[in-house]
Design a protein around this ligand. Sequence first.
Ligand code: PMP
Length: 352
Amino acid sequence: MSQYWSPAVRELTPYVPGEQPREQVIKLNTNENPYPPAPGVSEALRNYATDHLRLYPDPTSYALRATLAESYGVSVAETFVGNGSDEVLAFAFQAFFRHDAPLDVPSITYSFYPVYANLYGITLRKHPLNDQWEVDIDSLANASERSGVIFANPNAPTGHAHSLETIEALLKRVTDRVVLVDEAYVDFGAESAVALIGRYPNLLVTGTFSKSRSLAGLRLGYAIGSPELIDGLQRVKDSFNSYPVDSLASLVGIEALKDKEHFKACRNNVITTRERTRLRLEQLGFEVLPSKANFVLAQHPSFEGAQLFAGLRERGILVRHFNTDVLNNFLRITIGTDDEMDSLIEALESLI
Ligand code: PMP
């Protein structure tokens, strides 16, 4: 606490990101991609310093948005890009959820949502997951007098994804406020709600280049939605920072979007390794929640999450452990390469 902080800043509970270790470890704690980005990315970087660095970037990120629009079969006016999807989410909270009513969220979901809610003075109404650890869409849809609805699909950290049909059923029932579907992990096996954009002007889908495009270090995220929602995001962006996406991020993002073969190959590797890891964890006695993401959430009936987390850490393997009542016994394990997952399984075998 400092006497210089405003009352609002005193009340903040900031998000705690997964650890970025300085020593060499097998890093399975922040859902990064184990494969390098598309080869075109290195190519684009070669002349970048001399050609671009001197100048401000395009504040509208037109070229990147045009490539994004083409990739997703939407118009440029339906796209928005930002400095990581975390920033896009922050803009969306500011643009759409600051009404005098609660925001409907699943009780277990991405832990940045409560942080933004607190930052912007938005009250959350938390809806427990059902007994299958799934987001309870019916419960979200049933509430009334709300500022909006937000959930991740696939959800984090459970990995469960709802079908497009289920999401459309929710959209049919919630028409007065924005429904935000956070698709950070959608490419690892779930269906994208972008297909519904044209029919539901209150649907905003967010996504990231950090996971399936191996660019977590670049900080690039996007939103797709009706032009009126995109205008709302732009109003917030232009009241905060005209250039959240620098010219390097645009250049690299375009190259990553263009290389569809590389994207599919890496994505398929992660999916295959995930299913292999899931079986091997189950053979060790773990309960593994079915996942459509690049991580699995697993718990062992005889060992505490904290104990396994510490044991893995001692063996140079970093996974994520959440210190909350409900998730305390679980480990969230990012899917790395087959070799990394072999090391994980070996370490767990020695611990169990
Ligand atoms: N949404 C979810 C559900 C996430 O897990 C993450 C990653 N922490 C993000 C959004 C943000 O990703 P980024 O800011 O790297 O785009």
